[in-house]
Ligand binder design. Structure first.
Ligand code: PLP
Ligand code: COI
Length: 354
């Protein structure tokens, strides 16, 4: 890794909010720690990041983020083990993906040192905020946006990179029911679907609201061309188990290349589970639900971890998945979280000590 020339300065918060937090009842992403990392891109270069008290930031109304949506983010977690050690999971993959997103949105790429040294310094300061409770973690939200000004529809000349931290519990509460989308699209060929661009999520909200009104939590997006093949869900990649084979869609420029997805594929292979990366038609999912060969369906992502799908809706009809207590989802969730929380060996070298 390149190293930064200057060290990261720390402006400490005058008081800590930590004692106001109920760590036994954490929701997802609603409580923030005492500090944040802020790094500015000005005059053609990323400055040395600073750690500041967490709080509002001031932006000019003509900042291009507000007008042209140059905004990207990442999602990561820090996990605490039984001895109080704090761990990250494949952080360099997030840094690489941040820069793939940056490139697609014409945002200047961030050096590895700024990302990794910034992240580790912030986490070392906020270690006490990493929850110990089972199923909880410190959700990490690195994000980057155009702070530079102007109404000309062109890339900004100034950007901000910020890391904010939120001690969090589960992303979903209760059973997850999904709607297979028949009308709207999340992404198109040649578009920005593979980037973690804020606008990808904004575009999902309306169709997802329509699904939520009908009792679903998430939409499973289908290809924009024919709505014939399942791609991914709003906040996670999707796996289906047909008989004993675990299948997921190939990534392409419409799908987010999930770090959990690829880790699950490696773990499944290591467990001797037959895996296939191939197109999955909606017809195949419906048919296999009808004939009983669809054994499991689950989502995989940093926030979602491994979330079993209890039912899916398609063409006004709901299809329930069988209740299965020791299926692939349970096994794979246990294996990946055992690595993340330092409860098991890490044969892949994915864990990263803070
Ligand atoms: N797909 C979408 C649209 C997401 O927002 C996420 C979450 O980051 C994922 C998939 C899963 O990606 P990862 O496993 O890297 O968190
Ligand atoms: C994550 O899993 O980290 C994500 O970024 C998904 C987000 C929509 C909560």
């Amino acid at each position: 890794m390149d190293t930064m020339v200057n060290t990261i300065s720390v402006e400490k918060a005058t008081t800590s909010k930590i004692h106001d937090v109920d760590f036994d009842n954490l929701s997802f992403g609603n409580t923030y720690t005492d500090h944040m990392l802020v790094c500015d891109f000005k005059n053609g270069t990323w400055n040395t990041p600073k750690i500041l008290p967490y709080g509002p930031i001031t932006l000019d109304p003509s900042s291009k983020i507000f007008h042209y949506g140059q905004s990207i983010f990442e999602g990561m977690k820090a996990y605490k083990d039984d001895s109080g050690g704090v761990w990250l999971f494949r952080p360099l993959e997030n840094w690489k993906r941040l820069n793939r997103s940056a490139k697609r949105l014409a945002i200047p790429e961030l050096p590895e040192s700024h990302f990794m040294e910034g992240l580790v310094s912030l986490l070392q300061l906020e270690k006490d905020w990493v929850p110990k409770n089972p199923g909880s973690s410190l959700y990490i939200r690195p994000f980057m946006f155009a702070s530079g000004t102007g109404f000309h529809a062109s890339p900004a000349d100034e950007y901000k990179f910020i890391i904010a931290l939120a001690p969090s519990g589960a992303y979903f509460s209760g059973k997850v029911k999904v709607k297979i989308e028949e009308t709207y699209s999340r992404a198109a060929n040649g578009g920005v679907g593979y980037a973690k661009a804020g606008g990808n999520y904004a575009g999902q909200f309306y169709p997802t609201q329509l699904a939520v009104e009908k009792g679903y939590q998430q939409v499973i997006w289908t290809d924009d061309n024919e709505h014939k093949y399942i791609e991914e869900a709003g906040a996670m990649n999707v796996f289906v188990r047909i008989n004993d084979v675990l299948v997921t869609a190939p990534t392409n420029d419409r799908i987010l290349d999930g770090i959990t997805r690829k880790s699950i594929l490696d773990i499944a292979k290591g467990e001797g589970i037959p895996t296939e990366i191939r197109k999955i038609s909606v017809d195949e999912v419906v048919e296999s639900a009808k004939n009983g060969s669809l054994k499991e369906m689950f989502g995989a992502g940093t926030a979602a971890v491994v979330s079993p799908i209890a039912a899916f809706g398609y063409q006004q009809k709901d299809y329930e998945l069988p209740e299965i207590s020791n299926g692939y989802a349970t096994l794979l969730k246990n294996r990946i979280t055992d690595i993340q929380y330092n409860r098991a060996d890490d044969p892949y070298g994915w864990r990263y000590k803070v």
